[in-house]
Design a protein around this ligand. Structure first.
Ligand code: FNR
Length: 196
């Protein structure tokens, strides 16, 4: 029987311990596993500790951390991104990871980490609008890289009050909206798989 388990990677654009974006990504990923055959891979940019992108560094060969990032992205069917909004835009850490991942290895298909994969977008901020302006920039970048970014997205405002000690969201309406991004990712990924 064909294995219909979806491989979903999550990437938080925050390196901060106690990050609200990481908490939101984990919450949505956990909800995706409820009743769906989903395997989650949390790709921690903190653990990977990628160097700042430089074409000079790249010319010496991709660093091991970049190869790990690329391999894990390539093996995912879908990726959930949660980015803090820094000055109305994407975090530098996430943009740096995306820039590295966009660089091909010899013989590798163009944009192998992105092309044809589903993306779901999340943001969290203590501010009122939750990083909605940043999400728009993340969408633009990932669309440029040929990801299929689902229309549903969720920006969590007042994020410092949103989670209980178990990492669950306390506001039911906000939780439903967050989970909606996960569901949209599952539906889109399954639809794309069925066309292959
Ligand atoms: C911020 N923060 C912020 N928040 C926001 O809603 N809109 C913004 O434009 C910015 N800009 C910004 C710039 C910089 C340099 C920092 C350090 C912070 C606040 C930010 O949302 C807050 O620190 C979050 O807690 C960051 O996300 P994590 O680390 O909790 O995931």
């Amino acid at each position: 029987m064909a294995d219909n388990t979806l491989k979903v990677a999550i990437i938080s654009g925050s390196l901060r311990k106690g990050s609200y974006n990481t908490a939101l990504a984990r919450f949505v990923a956990k909800s995706m596993s409820n009743g769906h055959p989903v395997e989650i891979d949390e790709i921690s940019l903190n653990d990977l500790d990628l160097p700042m992108f430089s074409e000079d560094l790249e010319a010496d060969g991709l660093p091991a951390s970049v190869i790990e990032l690329k391999d894990r992205m390539i093996s995912a069917d879908a990726i959930l991104f949660a980015s803090p909004e820094y000055n109305g835009s994407i975090s530098g850490a996430l943009k740096n990871a995306i820039d590295w991942a966009s660089r091909p290895r010899e013989g590798e298909a163009s944009l192998a980490c992105f092309k044809g994969k589903t993306a779901g977008l999340l943001a969290a901020s203590p501010g009122a609008i939750g990083g909605l302006r940043g999400i728009r920039h993340v969408r633009q970048i990932l669309t440029q890289l040929h990801m299929v970014v689902v229309p549903a997205e969720f920006a969590l405002g007042v994020a410092h009050q949103a989670f209980d000690d178990n990492g669950d969201m306390t506001d039911e309406r906000a939780a439903t909206m967050a989970k909606g991004v996960g569901l949209a990712v599952i539906e889109m990924t399954n639809a794309l798989k069925n066309t292959k």
